[in-house]
Design a protein around this ligand. Structure first.
Ligand SMILES: Cc1cc2nc3c(=O)[nH]c(=O)nc-3n(C[C@H](O)[C@H](O)[C@H](O)COP(=O)(O)OP(=O)(O)OC[C@H]3O[C@@H](n4cnc5c(N)ncnc54)[C@H](O)[C@@H]3O)c2cc1C
Length: 313
């Protein structure tokens, strides 16, 4: 049957596509169901950084190659669909798509990724990738000898502000409160770095520029005063939102709504694995996503082999 699979992978980013490659190559009947265009977050970047063995490649090209590789082993990839619901309990899992279709499988891999939190001010959308970044590890070295700001006051904002001083001439941290929500060690390291300065109790009002980002308007939340600042780049590091709203209540999530897994990436529900940025983890990169995709696929294969006698409905 066209709607019966061994494994359904939810999400067609690097984690899901890698799982698709491993599963299909092992002759496990697999479908990847992806909302939107395949490729996930990485398809937004014009130049992939830190992916071993490949240089000068866009996110779109890398994703397209991963998709072709999965399809060459017989994996079905469906994009631009809408997943409307799940039934994850029981031997046979169900995924409801586009209100009318139901897909069945013995195992599910959740690889739904997520999104960086945005500020939502004028200019942010326009200068994404043109001076505004949400990933210091990915884009830091594009700002060699530049003047940049970091928006945020948590651990990752302060840690990344310090790491960005390897490249930038100056790093100004703009934070909305008069205190940081970070460990003392991270605060101490940032404060003792001579390249870092702080603008506290302040929020970004607008990003400006022509082709690329050139400046920012900052509002002091206590006095209401507006300041214009010339900058070459802005890193917005105010948190991450995993795409897990549709499985909430079905599997265990942490207080940030990230999927909790064990070492084999099994979730709290038997036969349901999670891979990539949607799960609880410290570092979110393509390499960590493809590693997760591999582990989850191998876990799903082992799970299915143990249940070989299961007959689909
Ligand atoms: C602008 C940008 C640039 C980056 N550059 C780099 C870089 O250069 N190097 C690097 O290592 N990392 C980079 N990263 C990080 C990297 O892209 C992510 O860590 C990686 O894409 C995570 O892969 P993933 O498969 O877990 O999730 P994602 O890439 O988020 O993919 C998840 C997919 O699942 C789909 N989906 C979500 N919910 C559902 C649902 N309910 N049903 C079906 N499908 C669903 C989404 O539409 C998406 O296609 C960058 C991130 C961004 C935002």
């Amino acid at each position: 049957m066209d709607n019966e699979f061994d494994v359904i992978v939810i999400g067609g980013g690097p984690a899901g596509l890698t799982a698709g490659i491993y599963l299909s190559r092992a002759k496990i009947k697999t479908i990847i169901l992806n909302e939107g265009v395949f490729g996930g977050q990485v398809s937004l970047t014009h130049e992939v950084a830190n992916y071993p063995g490949i240089e000068n490649i866009s996110g779109y090209q890398l994703s397209r190659t991963m998709k072709k590789q999965a399809e060459s082993f017989g994996c079905t990839v469906k994009s631009n669909i809408k997943v409307t619901g799940f039934e994850l309990d029981g031997e046979i899992k169900k995924v409801f798509v586009n209100e009318t279709e139901i897909y069945y499988a013995k195992s599910i891999i959740l690889a739904t990724g997520g999104k960086s939190r945005t500020i939502g001010v004028p200019g942010e959308e326009k200068f994404k990738g043109m001076g505004i970044s949400y990933c210091a590890t990915c884009d830091g070295d594009f700002f060699q000898d530049k003047n940049i700001i970091v928006v945020g006051g948590g651990n990752s904002a302060l840690e990344e502000a310090v790491s960005l001083t390897k490249y930038a001439s100056t790093v100004t941290v703009v934070h909305q409160f008069d205190y940081f929500q970070a460990f003392e060690s991270a605060i101490g390291e940032a404060k003792s770095n001579s390249k870092i300065s702080f603008i506290m109790e302040s929020e970004i009002q607008e990003f400006h520029g022509e082709q690329s980002l050139k400046g920012v308007t900052i509002k002091n939340m206590r006095t209401g005063e507006l300041t214009e600042k010339e900058i070459d780049g802005a890193f917005i590091l105010i948190g991450y939102v995993p795409s897990t709203e549709k499985i909430k209540g079905m599997i265990e999530l942490n207080d940030r709504n990230e999927i909790i897994t064990d070492d084999s990436l099994l979730t709290s529900t038997p036969g349901v694995f999670a891979a990539g940025d949607s799960r609880e983890k410290r570092y979110r990169q393509i390499t960590t996503a493809v590693s997760d995709g591999t582990i989850a696929a191998l876990g799903a294969i082992e799970f299915i082999e143990k249940k070989k006698e299961t007959v689909l409905v």
